[in-house]
Design a protein around this ligand. Structure first.
Ligand SMILES: NC(=O)c1ccc[n+]([C@@H]2O[C@H](COP(=O)([O-])OP(=O)(O)OC[C@H]3O[C@@H](n4cnc5c(N)ncnc54)[C@H](O)[C@@H]3O)[C@@H](O)[C@H]2O)c1
Length: 252
C-alpha cells in the first residue's frame, strides 16, 4: 500500500481522527498538507519527527479562498496533489437536542462546515488532482447517516449529505480517474466525542460498544488503514462506495 510520491490534503488534521489519518498517510510515504482552524503544529511535528513529510496550515473549509490556498500550498511545497481527505466537521461543539429544538444558527453552521465545506474543498482540489492524472478523495461520513441518530438531526443529515456528495462526484469524476469514496465510522474515542457527550460519555460509549458485533469502542487506529487503502492504488477500481468501519453495527 505504498503512497510514495503521493501528496494528500487532510482537513481537520489538528487532532482526533484527522491527526491519525495524517500520521498514517505520512507513514505510508505520502506528503501531507495538514489543515485545520486549530493549529496543526503537533501533527506535523509528530510526522516530521518520524521521518515523514508534512506541512501545517490554517484552513477554514467554509472559506473558498482558504480552500484554494491549501491547494496552492500543496503544489508549492510538494509539486502536485493526488488526494484529499475531507475530515473537518462540526461535531464536538454542537449541542444535541430534540429535532424541533435545534437552533437554526447551529443547523446552518453544521451544513456550512460539514456539507458546503466538502463541496468547496473538492472544487479547490479537483483541478490539481486531474492535472496529476487522477487520484482519490475520501469523505468522512458517520454511522449517524446510515443508522439515524436521535437528538442530532442536523449532524445526521449533514453526514447523509456526505454520502450524497460522494456518489454524485464519483459519477462525475470517474472519467478523470478521480475516485470518491466515504467512510462511516461508529462512535470513536476522540477528544471530540468526550466533549460532545460530556457527563453522559461513559454511559453512551458503553452502550454503543455493546451494540456492535465487535464489542469495544473504536479508536482512531481502527480507521487509519481503511483511509490509507482508499487513497492508495490498492483500491484503484473502487468509487462511490461508503465503507462502514463500525465494529459491525450496520451490514450494508
Ligand atoms: N469521533 C467520532 O465518534 C466520529 C464518528 C463518526 C464520524 N466522525 C467524523 O470524523 C471526523 C473527525 O471527528 P473527530 O472526532 O476527530 O472530531 P474533532 O472535533 O476532534 O475534529 C474535527 C476537526 O475539524 C476542525 N474543523 C472544524 N471546523 C472546521 C473548518 N471550518 N475548517 C477546518 N477545520 C475545521 C476542528 O478544529 C477539529 O480539529 C468528523 O468528520 C466527524 O464528524 C467522528
Amino acid at each position: 500500500m505504498t503512497m510514495k510520491e503521493r501528496v494528500v490534503i487532510v482537513t481537520g488534521a489538528a487532532r482526533g481522527l484527522g491527526r491519525g489519518f495524517s500520521e498514517r498517510l505520512a507513514a505510508e510515504g505520502a506528503a501531507v498538507v495538514c489543515g485545520d482552524l486549530r493549529p496543526c503544529d503537533e501533527t506535523v511535528a509528530a510526522i516530521c519527527g518520524a521521518g515523514g513529510r508534512a506541512v501545517a496550515l490554517r484552513l477554514d473549509v467554509t472559506d473558498m479562498a482558504s480552500c484554494l490556498a491549501s491547494v496552492e500550498v500543496a503544489v508549492a511545497e510538494f509539486g502536485r496533489l493526488d488526494g484529499l481527505v475531507n475530515n473537518a466537521a462540526l461535531y464536538a461543539d454542537i449541542k444535541g437536542a430534540r429535532f424541533d429544538q435545534i437552533e437554526e444558527k447551529q443547523w446552518d453552521a453544521v451544513m456550512n462546515v460539514n456539507v458546503k465545506g466538502i463541496w468547496q474543498m473538492c472544487k479547490a482540489a479537483v483541478p490539481q488532482i486531474r492535472k496529476a492524472g487522477g487520484g482519490s478523495i475520501v469523505n468522512i461520513s458517520s454511522l449517524a447517516a446510515v443508522h439515524g441518530m436521535a437528538y442530532a438531526i442536523d449532524y445526521g443529515v449533514s453526514k447523509a449529505a456526505v454520502i450524497g456528495i460522494t456518489r454524485c462526484l464519483a459519477r462525475e469524476l470517474g472519467r478523470d480517474w478521480i475516485r470518491v469514496n466515504s467512510v462511516a465510522p461508529s462512535l470513536v474515542l476522540t477528544e471530540g466525542t468526550t466533549s460532545y457527550f460530556g457527563a453522559k460519555h461513559e454511559q453512551v460509549t458503553k452502550a454503543i460498544a455493546g451494540s456492535q458485533a465487535l464489542q469495544r469502542n473504536l479508536e482512531a487506529g481502527d480507521l487509519v488503514g481503511t483511509i490509507a487503502f482508499l487513497l492508495s492504488a490498492d483500491s484503484h477500481f473502487m468509487t462511490g462506495q461508503t465503507l462502514m468501519v463500525d465494529g459491525g453495527t450496520e451490514f450494508l
